[in-house]
Design a protein around this ligand. Structure first.
Ligand SMILES: Cc1cc2nc3c(=O)[nH]c(=O)nc-3n(C[C@H](O)[C@H](O)[C@H](O)COP(=O)(O)O)c2cc1C
Length: 318
């Protein structure tokens, strides 16, 4: 989900105009925003007596990921969006679809890799990792890189694959621009900071062209996240099956007005549902009123008094 960069308080407009523009930007579709951007740029160019400057060469960036269950891939896609916004010519590659020889041609390299098994790379990345660790792996001189490792501290070989890649890229001659970050299961916030910081380090020096600095970091910090979910109103909730069907599939529409986010095709959304208070009440009553309950992020039910809940077997999750 793309976070809309709202105008900062420091924008050269009176406060009420900033509020109006922010309201318009938040409500506008991606197509309307693109049109407006093009219109203003064209208008500005037409006003200027100077011939248009040649477009600056964009810095190339390769974002390489290794994933088993998709976390690294989602982060890589987000990093690409951020990189495009920062003016990079960014591409995303799955380790399963490339080789170290191909990667050796990169200039700037971001790697996002998870660890699986007992400290092994994701299965699809096994060939790449074998070639990278081999004696005849290609030299990587001239590559500037940074590695984000995904893992789970519950495992002995925490973030082993990310560590291996980070060490190996340096041994093969690459230049590390940002220290490796090792993420536990709650990786979103740390990963977002790492992406921001790494793109900042890899960004080419400005060549004197006019640059408008906007504090996008603040907008990102305020953006909804797994830790700080946005309270979205359900505006549509329709069972797509007929009344005689025992299967239930729902069409659900959520309003994200006021979240500062724009949803685009291909974006993913995480939903953190709450348990129906009436159902919770019912389970508590069945447990004799002694249990305290909380819902987990997977919306399973955890209880501090499972034995007493166990006596009410019809209500136990299977
Ligand atoms: C079966 C299994 C084995 C795992 N093994 C490890 C491990 O050895 N070391 C580690 O740090 N994390 C381990 N993890 C955690 C994953 O690396 C972590 O969930 C990561 O976010 C997955 O990212 P991905 O979806 O991009 O593959 C394991 C997870 C599972 C489910």
């Amino acid at each position: 989900m793309q976070t809309l960069p709202l105008l900062p308080d420091t924008a050269p407009f009176p406060a009420e105009q900033i509020a109006t523009l922010n309201r318009i930007m938040t409500a506008a579709s991606a197509e309307q925003r693109a049109w407006l951007g093009g219109f203003l740029a064209g208008h500005q160019a037409a006003q200027s007596a100077q011939p248009a400057a040649a477009p600056a060469q964009k810095a190339p960036l390769t974002i390489l990921y290794a994933t088993e269950s998709g976390n690294a891939e989602i982060l890589a896609a987000g990093a690409r969006k951020a990189a495009l916004r920062s003016g990079f010519a960014a591409r995303v590659l799955d380790m399963a679809d490339t080789t170290p020889t191909e990667i050796a041609k990169a200039t700037n390299l971001l790697v996002i890799a998870s660890t699986w098994g007992e400290g092994e790379p994701p299965q699809r990345a096994a060939d790449f990792m074998r070639d990278l660790m081999a004696d005849d792996a290609p030299p990587l001189n001239g590559i500037r890189f940074a590695v984000l490792a995904l893992g789970d501290r519950a495992y002995v070989n925490f973030c082993h694959t990310g560590r291996q890649i980070d060490d190996r890229l340096a041994v093969l001659g690459g230049t590390r621009v940002v220290e490796r970050v090792e993420c536990d299961l709650d990786y979103e916030e740390e990963a977002a900071h790492w992406i921001d910081r790494t793109l900042g380090e890899l960004a080419p020096e400005p060549d004197g062209a006019a640059v408008i600095h906007v504090d996008f970091a603040r907008a990102t910090a305020d953006a909804p996240s797994r830790q700080k979910p946005f309270d979205a109103e359900i505006t549509e909730h329709v069972n797509l099956h007929g009344s005689r069907s025992s299967t239930r599939t729902f069409h659900v529409e959520l309003s994200i007005v006021g979240s500062g986010n724009a949803y685009e095709p291909g974006d993913a959304i995480g939903v953190v549902p709450s348990n129906d208070p009436a159902l919770v009440e019912q389970v508590l009553r069945a447990a004799g009123g002694t249990a305290t309950m909380r819902s987990t992020s997977r919306s399973a039910i955890a209880t501090t008094s499972r034995p007493s809940l166990g006596r009410s077997s019809p209500l136990m999750p299977s």
